[in-house]
Ligand binder design. Structure first.
Ligand SMILES: Cc1cc2nc3c(=O)[nH]c(=O)nc-3n(C[C@H](O)[C@H](O)[C@H](O)COP(=O)(O)OP(=O)(O)OC[C@H]3O[C@@H](n4cnc5c(N)ncnc54)[C@H](O)[C@@H]3O)c2cc1C
Ligand SMILES: NC(=O)c1ccc[n+]([C@@H]2O[C@H](COP(=O)([O-])OP(=O)(O)OC[C@H]3O[C@@H](n4cnc5c(N)ncnc54)[C@H](O)[C@@H]3O)[C@@H](O)[C@H]2O)c1
Length: 473
């Protein structure tokens, strides 16, 4: 058994762990990072990158078909094999050499194996060759172990070996018939991808499609999925599942209806990867989300234990986890140097955006891009708001962008402070537009000042002007 001491030990080398480690090294600390699978984590190999690669070809084809002149140049269908091959390259063929050499160049020491806390500031690494290395942290242990797919207790489901997001992101072939359980982000994106790749998709959206977004987002995505041939069943729920010897999956729904499919994707949320990280040795419950304070310190542990990324459940998104990582890495350095660490709103060591301005793009057709609060969430938070909607298809830039462009924009204004607290865009190719709203919310730009932010003509961004005109001066 080896014993090594570092300033910081990070468990989990996903996007979040890598960024905490990088910032701490840049601040002059020594850092060890522990990874049990591939350096780069879920996002690189089984989530963001491969799924967006699957979706990009569909979006490009749709865009070409929406413009007369280029439409005529499209003479065939999506080439599923080529799409899957491009996806493979975006998942680096599930090889982490590139990210390992980046860790090396960043000066972060990698330990491969399962990391397990065994007491205050101590992490044991269990390697595949059965050696155990003990790592001691002088300043901090950071848990960045991410999350895995939640499998619900549906009779026979586990035995039927369903796809999770991992298999959907890395499949080598397109199933003929795919049933998707769920109506959230993964379910909607994967239904979009697989229907365009040629699968006959049925979506069992018990609680609706994208039901936490503005209602018009779910409505427009549902309509478009149905138009693309997806059988979207709102309110439907499976009660039992079997897979027969030929490999066909059979689902029984609550009303007794039977559905047969070649594959079944379960996409109903996530569980934290904390079952086997030794939480019991420090008085915490294995398998629980790690709730943290404003400094990302784990509640109920000492001042040496931090959690960032999916595992703290603040925002299950790569960019937001990396934001936490940058802030946390810098804060650990500051504390190690004995410098003051201000975690007040929008201070250097605060993760204020987690509460006020989390952007997200759902890469469905149409895309859903949002940041901050929905109208319903703002009302629930007790804000006095005014909600301004505008038909995105009525903007000159949109009409030019695509024939029959359809979409909607919503701006939620806090009437007491006269600033925007939420913004949602639904429409083709709106992903790149959302950052303007993120800046407006984080900068707390007064509505009066926004009149001076003139959108270029003829762009889709002109919707900003139309929203302001609708709001009135
Ligand atoms: C299908 C899908 C698509 C997504 N698309 C997007 C998107 O487009 N944009 C976006 O922003 N977000 C997206 N997300 C969310 C995004 O993937 C996560 O928010 C992000 O990966 C979280 O990063 P993380 O570093 O916290 O965790 P992870 O990426 O899960 O990394 C955690 C790492 O820790 C390792 N680990 C776990 N336990 C241990 C242990 N005990 N010892 C050693 N190592 C351990 C794991 O092997 C893993 O490498 C998507 C998620 C899914 C499921
Ligand atoms: N483009 C992106 O940003 C992107 C893409 C994919 C995933 N993600 C992230 O990954 C996370 C996980 O995504 P997800 O889609 O698995 O979760 P989700 O939380 O987005 O959606 C889960 C859905 O499943 C439903 N559900 C819950 N329990 C159910 C049950 N027993 N039966 C049927 N339906 C049930 C919920 O009502 C919800 O609609 C999300 O939080 C998201 O932030 C992001």
């Amino acid at each position: 058994m080896d014993n090594m001491t570092y300033d910081v030990v990070v468990i989990g080398a996903g996007p979040v762990g890598e960024n905490v480690a990088d910032r701490a090294v840049q601040g002059g600390l020594s850092v060890a990072i522990v990874e049990r699978e591939l350096v780069g984590g879920e996002c690189s190999y089984w989530a963001c990158m491969p799924t967006k690669a699957l979706l990009r070809s569909t979006a490009a084809l749709r865009a070409a078909r929406q413009v007369p002149g280029s439409r005529e140049a499209v003479t065939g269908q999506l080439d599923a094999a080529a799409v899957l091959a491009r996806r493979d390259s975006f998942a680096s063929n599930w090889n982490d050499e590139g990210q390992v050499s980046w860790l090396d160049s960043a000066g972060v020491k990698l330990y491969r194996g399962q990391g397990r806390i065994s007491g205050e500031r101590v992490v044991e690494v269990y390697s595949a060759d059965e050696t155990v290395t003990t790592l001691t942290a002088r300043h901090a242990v950071v848990v960045a172990t991410g999350s895995s797919a939640l499998i619900p207790d549906i009779d026979g489901l586990r035995e039927a070996k369903p796809w999770t997001s991992r298999e959907a992101a890395s499949a080598k072939a397109v199933p003929g018939r795919l049933v998707v359980i769920g109506g959230g982000v993964v379910a909607s994106e994967m239904a979009t991808a697989y229907t365009s790749l040629g699968a006959k998709v049925t979506m069992l959206a018990r609680d609706g499609v994208l039901h936490l977004a503005e209602p018009f987002a779910g409505e427009r995505v549902t309509a478009s999925l149905r138009e693309a041939g997806v059988d979207v069943r709102i309110g439907a729920e499976a009660v039992s599942v079997t897979r027969d010897e030929a490999g066909t999956v059979h689902l029984t729904l609550t009303d007794g209806e039977q559905i047969a499919a070649d594959e079944l994707l379960v996409a109903i949320g996530r569980v934290p990867n904390t079952q086997e990280i030794g939480l019991d040795t420090i008085g915490l419950k294995p398998g629980s989300w790690l709730t943290v304070d404003d400094a990302l310190r784990v509640d109920g542990a000492g001042d040496w234990l931090y959690a960032a990324g999916d595992v703290n459940r603040r925002a299950l998104l790569t960019h937001q986890g990396k934001y936490q990582a940058r802030v946390l890495g810098d804060a650990i350095v500051a504390r190690a140097k004995g410098e003051p660490v201000d975690t007040g709103a929008y201070a250097r060591y605060a993760v204020t955006a987690d509460e006020r301005a989390v952007p997200q793009v759902v890469f469905t057709e149409p895309e859903v891009a949002s940041v901050g609060l929905t109208a319903a969430a703002a009302e629930k938070a007790g804000l006095r708001t005014r909600v301004i909607d505008y038909d995105l298809g009525a903007v000159s830039g949109s009409v030019l962008h695509a024939e029959g462009y359809q979409g909607q924009a919503r701006m939620v204004v806090d009437e007491d402070r006269k600033v925007i607290v939420g913004f949602t865009l639904v429409g083709p190719d709106v992903a790149e537009l959302i950052h303007a709203a993120t800046i407006a919310i984080v900068g707390e730009v007064p509505i009066d000042r926004l009149w001076h932010a003139v959108p270029a003509f003829p762009t889709v961004s002109e919707v900003w002007l139309r929203l302001l005109e609708t709001y009135g001066r």
